[in-house]
Design a protein around this ligand. Structure first.
Ligand SMILES: Cc1cc2nc3c(=O)[nH]c(=O)nc-3n(C[C@H](O)[C@H](O)[C@H](O)COP(=O)(O)OP(=O)(O)OC[C@H]3O[C@@H](n4cnc5c(N)ncnc54)[C@H](O)[C@@H]3O)c2cc1C
Length: 480
């Protein structure tokens, strides 16, 4: 293959923006097409009536990874994107009884004090859990995730850690944490994977350890500041960013990508980098006749992540809570109840109150509540009607109003239909691939179609704000 001087990027999420900056830094001519009205994809903030609502990502876990991605792009993250730590982490009321709270430094408290049989023991267990997983966390953050995947590095540096990776999050919590209430509160943290702890591969416990190790942050100004900073660097380097420009086809001739079709016109390029999921790229953007059968099979059989219903409330008054994440939970063995619609009146819910950490997200004071209640995963994205979504939202609001006084100024409800149509998420699956999928399910950065490259959350290293950026950097580096 000759040198690719002109590169077209499909999709202006974090992967596309990071890839663009990397390519511009190497002197390429880069044109980026974004279907939405602005770049950022799943990491934007929408302001409604003075409330800054997340469109997707809610927090930055492990800011070291964001630092590494920025550094690889020659950008100073600390100067460009100040972060604020989420300090009052989570309060969970268990089984309609007392509450377990995790604060800064993984501090555990019980309310009322007598609710937990042994607060000191619980503190010791949480500290031991963090200590046990910290070496793997460090290895992933410093050596593995920040570079293109290398099995050799993983085996050479991580052989001591690999035996820990057998089993599930539930197995690990059963083994390490004696108090059932604390187990439930910890198990609920990994529900963002869309899987019950009994079905969540133990590797995903890293997200929980990140929280307990004080590694959850918000960018000053909200999540949307991340793509803002990247888009402005992309444009200052001479990148051409076209918003409201959906790519209809990636053009392939004689086995080689030669550009894209957008708004009825051909745009020629020496290489095309698609950050639209591997499934969307292979099954929607390429002519079926040019997709190699192995890639088509991978796309058709891809294990998809969960679909989600998002409910966001802008409240005129401050609600009575001092934790960023709030939960009403059953015991750990029943946490899967939070992942499906309640059979009777709902009792359980996890929700975030981002204004606890960042009050200015409610410009005129007050609070924001954001939650993702369990929904029927068998309902396809296009079957989600406004009424169906609103019916669930009404139930959630009723439940929340039993615990807090809600003076609601703004309500935003988005169903899998909107996640598919507005954010371009394939089949409405919020992370693309299931967090339980093996690394083998990832799509390659360099495909078997010459000149066609893939990045984004369905490629290595996977979903997440910093990880999507890193995937863009790795894919861009595969372009000569
Ligand atoms: C609800 C939700 C909550 C999340 N919570 C967190 C969290 O708290 N922390 C965290 O780290 N991560 C979180 N994530 C994951 C994280 O946001 C994503 O992994 C990451 O932002 C994905 O970036 P990306 O560039 O790969 O894809 P995307 O952000 O999906 O970007 C792809 C872009 O391509 C555009 N596009 C699609 N089709 C076309 C087309 N044909 N032509 C042109 N453009 C097109 C889309 O509009 C989109 O802008 C969450 C995601 C969701 C959806």
């Amino acid at each position: 293959m000759g040198k690719a001087d002109r590169v077209v990027i499909v999709g202006g999420g974090l992967a596309g923006l990071a890839a663009g900056i990397e390519l511009l830094g190497r002197g390429k001519e880069v044109t980026l097409f974004e279907a939405g009205a602005r770049p950022g994809g799943c990491c934007t903030t929408t302001w409604m009536g003075g409330y800054g609502f997340n469109d997707g990502a809610m927090y930055v876990a492990l800011p070291e990874l964001l630092d590494a991605a920025f550094e690889q792009l020659g950008m100073d993250r600390q100067a460009l994107l100040p972060l604020r730590q989420i300090r009052s982490l989570q309060t969970s009321r268990i089984d309609d009884g007392g509450a377990v709270a995790f604060g800064a430094g993984g501090r555990v408290t019980f309310t009322p004090a007598a609710f937990g049989a042994d607060p000191t023991g619980a503190q010791v267990d949480v500290a031991r859990l963090v200590e046990r997983w910290q070496p793997l966390l460090d290895l992933l953050v410093k050596e593995v995730i920040v570079r293109p995947f290398s099995l050799a590095t993983l085996l050479r540096k991580g052989w001591r850690e690999l035996p820990k990776l057998r089993g599930t999050v539930a197995d690990e919590l059963e083994r390490m944490v004696r108090d059932p209430a604390v187990r439930s509160a910890l198990g609920a943290v990994t529900l963002y994977t869309g899987l019950a702890p009994q079905r969540t591969p133990v590797m995903q416990i890293i997200g929980l350890i990140a929280m307990l190790a004080d590694r959850f942050y918000l960018p000053e100004g909200g999540m949307g500041r991340i793509p803002d900073v990247l888009a402005s660097r992309f444009e200052s380097l001479g990148g051409k960013l076209h918003a409201n420009s959906r790519v209809q086809r990636i053009l392939v001739e004689n086995g080689r990508a030669r550009g894209v079709l957008t708004a009825g016109a051909d745009v020629k390029a020496d290489a095309v980098l698609s950050t639209v999921s591997g499934m969307g790229t292979c099954l929607h953007l390429l002519d079926p006749q040019v997709v190699p059968s192995s890639l088509r099979r991978k796309a058709r059989n891809a294990p998809l992540s969960q679909k989600a219903l998002s409910i966001q409330l802008g409240l005129r008054t401050k609600i009575d809570t001092d934790s960023h994440f709030m939960a009403r939970l059953p015991r750990m063995e029943d946490l899967d109840a939070l992942l499906r619609p309640a059979a009777g009146p709902a009792r359980w819910l996890c929700y975030a109150v981002p204004t606890v950490t960042m009050p200015e997200l409610a410009e005129h004071g007050g609070s924001i509540i954001e939650c993702y209640p369990g929904i029927d995963q068998a309902v396809a994205a296009q079957e989600w009607t406004v009424d169906r979504a609103r019916g669930i939202a009404d139930g959630v609001i009723e439940l929340l109003s039993r615990w807090h006084s809600l003076d609601i100024a703004e309500i935003r409800v988005r169903s899998p239909r909107e996640f598919q149509a507005d954010l371009g998420l394939y089949a409405g699956a919020i992370y693309g691939l299931s967090p339980a999928a093996s690394a083998m399910a990832h799509f390659p950065h360099k495909t078997s179609i010459e000149g066609l490259f893939l990045a984004g959350q369905t490629t290595y290293p996977g979903y997440g704000v910093a990880l999507a950026m890193l995937s863009g950097i790795f894919a861009a580096r595969a372009i000569q």
